[in-house]
Design a protein around this ligand. Structure first.
Ligand code: ADP
Length: 492
């Protein structure tokens, strides 16, 4: 497929698809990325000379939770779709967020499966199949030609697959190059031969995919894509190995020239300790002592001893096996020396939630377990906590450590994926931004925690580590440029 000349001479038109986009919907890092990366790419045009012409637009499902906010929207079109044996009606709404054009797509399966991510695999798959087909008609509604389709994770992977197999059926996608972003490889989407048949979606026929991969959304999308992007350089290498490749490693190794690792960034205006409206005291690296006021409020709110010299450890995470939360629990049950406090904020796996409450029961003076998703509290914990614990078994990028470092909260993390790429633990205090450990084990975690607790006792040393962390550039600028370069390279 050759791109049209006009695509290069005029503007680059990018359609960015996601299941979530902050601030409207956010469950995890994908929401943060879809809410900030397109803006960062779009802003590049203002900084280049001559100015780039970048037209990037985002589409997400119009979840009932968004409707409930009464966000002003404009109906821009509707379409009756017939796919396989199913007829349904899709509606397209436009809203303008901070910078990007954002489209909200409504379709019937959102009524039966209204949550962002529901429990029932078949209903989830059907919801995103309807979203995917609806998105394929968005360019014709907009009378817009897409140069780059940038889909993300399994939820929108089938768009790439369907387009690769039937480009001509969809107006506005003639020479489109297809990108699929992997934010979490093991989440490949439900397998349902019945639903693929119902919507007349062909299986993938690529020979080096494992058999199960020919009918699961993520591998189907990967097989169809011109470029595969993961969210950190280390994770891009890790997924080529059997330890992290989830059975797709051979397939990915065969395509390693089109597998890229581009580090996630942060919206540094939003995540800013100098102006964050959710934290009670604003601070910068010049006045880090102010953090202790926030810490003291947290200690008071959670009925912990109010004492700045006691290290306050925080966990802000999905409760999931991936995140190694069970390793923490194992480690803390073995710890004799409880000269720290620990606040766990997270929801997810019921067994881990139960274990979190159990830890609080065993150590009632030191541990608080809050089983909620609470954005405002998460920000206070980043701003007032001394250390954030990230014992992930694998971590495609991880945003929690980036946010934490920006707020002067020091990561104690496993050396894997994006954690390895963003945290410096070289043994040189002048560079150090955190504490890393190698093995996914309670013992390995505890040895890094011991080092961190020891450094915490030395106030000057700790301040240096905090300043180093806050000095890192975690903005999108460099990575957005890399995405733009990738887009351009696909179009030449
Ligand atoms: P993942 O996407 O794998 O969940 P990331 O570290 O990339 O992990 O992103 C997690 C995002 O979700 C961060 O912005 C983090 O602050 C936020 N988060 C996780 N759990 C909670 C919670 N219980 N309450 C508020 N925010 C949370």
């Amino acid at each position: 497929m050759r791109p049209s000349q006009t695509a290069i001479e005029n503007s680059i038109k990018i359609l960015f698809l996601s299941a979530e986009a902050a601030p409207l919907v956010k469950v995890g890092g994908l929401g943060d990325v879809a809410g900030s990366l397109p803006n960062a790419i779009r802003e590049l045009k203002y900084h280049s000379d001559p100015p780039e012409k970048i037209d990037i637009r985002v589409a997400i499902p119009y979840y009932p939770s968004i409707k409930d906010t009464n966000l002003p929207v404009l109906l821009i079109g509707s379409k009756h779709l017939q796919q396989g044996s199913v007829n349904f009606h899709a509606e397209f709404y436009e809203t303008v967020t901070t910078h990007s054009k954002l489209y909200l797509v409504d379709f019937p399966a959102l009524k039966t499966s209204p949550r962002i991510y529901g429990e029932d695999p078949e209903m989830e798959l059907e919801k995103f199949i309807q979203f995917n087909f609806s998105c394929l008609y968005l360019p014709s509604i907009l009378d817009w030609n897409v140069d780059i389709l940038h889909s993300n994770d399994w939820h929108t992977a089938l768009v790439n697959h369907i387009l690769r197999n039937a480009t001509k059926n969809f107006q506005g996608f003639g020479d489109t190059k297809l990108i699929l972003g992997i934010h979490n490889l093991p989440y490949m989407g439900p397998e349902s031969v019945r639903l693929l048949k119902k919507y007349a979606i062909p299986h993938t026929t690529i020979s080096d995919l494992p058999d199960w991969g020919t009918r699961q959304p993520l591998p189907m999308g990967l097989a169809a894509s011109d470029a595969i992007v993961t969210v950190s350089p280390t994770y891009a290498k890790e997924i080529l190995t059997s330890e992290f490749g989830c059975g797709l490693e051979k397939f990915l190794v065969n395509r390693k020239d089109r597998v890229f690792g581009i580090l996630n960034g942060l919206d540094i205006n939003y995540w800013n300790p100098q102006s964050d409206p959710d934290i009670p005291v604003h601070f910068s690296q010049e006045d880090l002592d102010l953090r202790s006021r926030i810490k003291s409020q947290i200690q008071e709110n959670f009925k912990l001893v109010r004492d700045d010299s006691i290290p306050l450890l925080v966990v802000i995470s999905r409760m999931d096996w991936q995140k190694g939360i069970d390793l923490l629990f194992e480690g803390f049950h073995k710890t004799r020396n409880w000269d720290f406090q620990l606040i766990l904020l997270g929801t997810g796996n019921p067994e881990l939630e139960k274990a979190s409450l159990e830890l609080q029961k065993v150590f009632p003076d030191n541990v608080r377990s809050i089983l909620q998703f609470d954005l405002s509290l998460s920000k206070r914990l980043y701003a007032g906590g001394d250390m954030i614990l990230l014992p992930s078994r694998y971590e495609p990028c991880g945003l929690a450590q980036l946010i934490a470092m920006r707020y002067g909260c020091i990561p104690v993390a496993r050396r894997t994926g994006g954690l390895a790429d963003t945290i410096i633990d070289s043994g040189r205090p002048k560079q150090q931004t955190g504490f890393l450990f190698e093995k996914a084990s309670a013992a390995s975690f505890l040895s890094a925690l011991d080092r961190a607790l020891e450094s915490f006792q030395n106030k000057n040393r700790w301040r240096t580590i905090q300043k180093n962390a806050m000095n890192q550039d975690f903005s999108w600028t460099i990575s957005a440029q890399r995405y733009l370069e990738l887009y351009k390279s696909l179009l030449t």
